[in-house]
Ligand binder design. Structure first.
Ligand code: MG
Length: 368
């Protein structure tokens, strides 16, 4: 495949309502989209970063720098016969997983379009009906949290994840269990706790949570392994797993029983497939997280979830849950309550909706 042109689109997407986590509140989402032209096709990819370095260290600006100065020159000067070959050619660029994943995604889309195959089939996926969970941000009051979660359960979501913050967690979980009973519920702490909080976190054990996600530091494995010995709620790691080798270390240490996979965090589709295979072999539960993606990133998340190794519903809710309008022509939506069906279109299954793209566009840069 000869890449003829690469475009970077920077967008600002208004959100339906502010999304609060322990990092802060997001009112609109800054988005970086990569479009790679080659062989008469266009492949799309989305950068998982935000404008701030609060989830991980990369930002959209740092990703744009790495893409512009290191990945684009590589794309325009080298021919690739497969996405795997492309991944090998950028292996010398250290870290910067989100920048690499955005470009790699567009390459996978481009190759699967050129082969006339849906991406999910090209990567070996088999599930076409994807059960969907939802992530609920921190709400101003417990009553608002309960009524919001009740609404999502009514809409058919297969699993509810709430964001928790120190001091509020027990009241949040207790209120949900008391009012709504025993539905699939998990809590994401986004590293808001430390090992000294083990007793507090242990007080959540009685509420039958599916898991607690990333309670401790974003780069820790050791303390999570200690915590796992002190609480019975399974631990899921998100931020700490940046690659297959991190996951291998986490499993050997006993730091987690469940993995939240985000392709941008681990550097792309290929590393995600390796992690999925590892989880299947090790008997770990796996699900796909989200980074408030537009319909482009969301379509990739759904495609990877088609792999058998993804055993639990992910944060792959329809984009109408988060955005006023999506930038794609086929935004993910329920085919039945709590289920999204994968598209049989070649590639990742979405194209730009030109008018929405235009409305939200901040700037575009074209190379080649
Ligand atoms: Mg998380």
């Amino acid at each position: 495949m000869k890449v003829e042109r690469v475009e970077l689109h920077r967008l600002r997407m208004p959100m339906k309502e502010p999304f609060e986590t322990s990092f802060g509140v997001e009112y609109d989402k800054s988005v970086l989209i990569v479009a790679i032209h080659g062989g008469g096709f266009v492949g799309l990819g989305e950068c998982g970063a935000a404008d701030d370095p609060f989830y991980l260290e990369e930002t959209n600006a740092s990703a744009e720098y790495i893409i512009t100065h290191f990945l684009v020159p590589m794309l325009l000067s080298t021919e690739f016969d497969s996405p795997e070959e492309f991944v090998r050619s950028i292996a010398h660029i250290r870290r910067n997983e989100m920048a690499k994943a955005a470009v790699e995604a567009a390459i996978w889309d481009l190759f699967s379009r050129s082969r006339g195959t849906p991406l999910y089939r090209m990567i070996g996926g088999t599930k076409i009906e994807i059960p969907v969970g939802i992530s609920v941000g921190i709400q101003p009051t417990i009553d608002q949290l309960v009524s919001k979660v009740a609404g999502y359960l009514e809409q058919g979501y297969k699993r509810i994840k709430i964001k928790i913050k120190p001091g509020k967690e027990v009241d949040q979980v207790k209120a949900l269990r008391t009012t709504l009973g025993d539905f699939p519920l998990m809590a994401d702490a986004n590293s808001a706790y430390c090992l000294e909080d083990a007793e507090l976190l242990g007080s959540l054990d009685r509420y039958n949570l599916m898991m607690i996600e990333q309670p401790l530091a974003y780069d820790d494995l050791i303390d999570h392994a200690e915590l796992a010995k002190k609480i019975s709620t399974p631990i899921c790691l998100d931020e700490s797993i940046r690659s297959l080798s991190h996951l291998d270390a986490a499993v050997r240490l006993g730091s987690c029983q469940i993995v939240n996979l985000k392709m941008p965090r681990v550097g792309g589709v290929l590393e995600s497939i390796k992690i999925a295979n590892f989880c299947a072999g090790a008997g770990l539960d796996l699900w796909c997280g989200g980074l408030l993606e537009t319909g482009v990133g969301r379509a990739f998340n759904l495609a990877i979830t088609s792999l058998d190794a993804f055993t639990l519903p992910g944060d792959t809710a329809p984009s109408e849950r988060y955005f006023v309008r999506d930038i794609v022509d086929r935004p993910a939506e329920f085919s039945s309550p709590g289920i999204i069906s994968l598209s049989e279109r070649p590639g990742v299954g979405v194209d730009f909706d030109p008018s929405t793209l235009q409305d939200y566009l901040v700037a575009s840069t074209s190379f080649g």
